[in-house]
Design a protein around this ligand. Structure first.
Ligand code: PLP
Length: 418
């Protein structure tokens, strides 16, 4: 086998490219969004696929899909090449001519103001019209209490976004949608592994979408999944995923190259499926460690004499068994002016930060470009999260006392800025 000739090159490559070698020279502490995302086992599983020379649509993708469906308790799962693609396929499945109770051009959908770009755009691209609503300060997700007061008679779909592992009042939301015949879609790209009353988030809606992008609960570099309840939806998603072609469905025609619907090519690589599957096997373990680390930061910081309630932390909704990957912080209102300096300071200390999703999405230039908020609606809580919030990563290895002390001391540094 010619590859054996690469033996020494491979050994050298492994030695020189280990992520663990990259450290902050001054402190030895690094706080990236995700520390060393891949184990040797993950890498080996990916290599196995490469070495098999069959890297698209072989058995490993199907295996990942069926194990994923089992893990979250869904009837069906379809893997795609990103969480954005999962939302795109979902949106286009809902407006497809063969979908029962399909949605129509200009039908309205509700979307929270704290959302991700490709939570929103796929539904607009499929011809639907957004109606923005505010989020709840408790969980940063859609504010269901506000929704109850709204006239929903023209609403055909509610897009719930389960932010950073948290959940909205999902049972009430599900009830509203059932009573009013509204589709409930859960963008669960940020909450794989979270369970509400022992039922996985993502399974409460008609469709649930997931992302395996780099910093999420599990990662395959890029990758996504859609779960659904009926075989018809499952087969429609598979047709749309792959050119509108019927070759991957049970009722396929004997004619080859039979294109029965519109389509995309949003197929994943087996390489990412193999890595995703490898990570799924240790998701529960990583979830527990992240819960431990999150609690350790909060408990340690609260013991410091200069703590003074400087921030608000993010708590899991009652009855939620959360699966975190980020640690959001809301600065106290009187510290907002220092936020820019503070974020720069943290980044200089190798503590990577991110806005909470993309902040209040209505402030993004693309919203003005497409005139999505002509009436200039304001959303109080979304604005607050935008102005006061940011998050840092939570690692999948337990924090040592020294490391957490380093981190919390840096977090409390904000008071030193004039
Ligand atoms: C809520 C949400 N939806 C969708 C996506 C898109 O996922 P991907 O990056 O895999 O395309 C993200 C990405 O981070 C997200 O946070």
């Amino acid at each position: 086998m010619k590859l054996l000739n690469y033996n020494s090159k491979i050994k050298k490559l492994i030695k020189t490219t280990s992520f663990k070698n990259i450290k902050n020279k001054n402190t030895n502490y690094n706080f990236p969004l995700l520390e060393d995302g891949f184990t040797d086992e993950d890498i080996f599983k990916g290599l196995e696929v490469l070495l098999s020379r069959k890297i698209t649509m072989s058995k490993i993708t199907e295996e990942f899909e069926s194990k994923f469906a089992k893990y979250v308790g869904a009837n069906y799962a379809v893997m795609v090449n990103s969480g954005s693609s999962a939302n795109l396929l979902t949106a286009f499945a809902l407006v497809n001519p063969i979908k029962e109770n399909k949605l129509n051009y200009n039908d309205k959908f509700i979307v929270p103001a704290i959302c991700w770009s490709t939570s929103l755009w796929p539904f607009i691209q499929s011809g639907l019209k957004p109606v923005f609503v505010d989020v709840s300060k408790d969980d940063f997700c859609i504010d269901v209490e506000q929704l109850k007061k709204k006239d929903l008679s023209k609403i055909k779909l509610i897009l719930s976004i389960n932010i950073l592992g948290n959940s909205p009042d999902i049972l009430s939301l599900q009830k509203i949608c059932k009573e009013k015949n509204i589709y409930l879609i859960e963008d669960n790209c940020e909450a794989l592994g979270s369970k509400f009353k022992n039922k996985s988030l993502g399974t409460f809606g008609d469709f649930g979408t997931f992302s395996f992008y780099y910093s999420h609960q599990i990662t395959s570099g890029e990758g996504g999944m859609i779960i659904c309840k009926s075989k018809k939806d499952y087969e429609l998603l598979k047709i749309l995923r792959s050119h509108g072609w019927d070759r991957n469905i049970s009722s396929k025609n004997s004619k080859k190259f039979n294109f029965v619907n519109s389509g995309f090519n949003l197929r994943p690589l087996d390489l990412t499926a193999a890595i995703g599957l490898s990570q799924l096997k240790r998701l529960n373990k990583m979830k527990k460690i992240r819960q431990y680390n999150k609690n350790k930061i909060i408990n340690s910081i609260k013991q410091l004499p200069n703590w003074n309630n400087q921030f608000e932390f993010f708590n899991a909704r009652e009855n939620l068994d959360p699966s975190w990957f980020g640690f959001p912080i809301l600065l106290n209102k009187n510290k907002v002016k220092k936020k820019k300096l503070f974020i720069k300071y943290l980044n200089d200390c190798k503590i990577e930060t991110r806005p909470i999703l993309s902040g209040n999405f209505l402030k993004q230039p693309c919203v003005s470009l497409y005139e999505l908020n002509k009436t200039n609606k304001k959303f109080k809580v979304a604005d607050e999260i935008d102005e006061r919030g940011f998050f840092i990563g939570i690692p999948t290895e337990k924090y040592s006392n020294a490391k957490v002390n380093y981190l919390i001391n840096k977090l409390l540094h904000i008071d030193k800025f004039k």
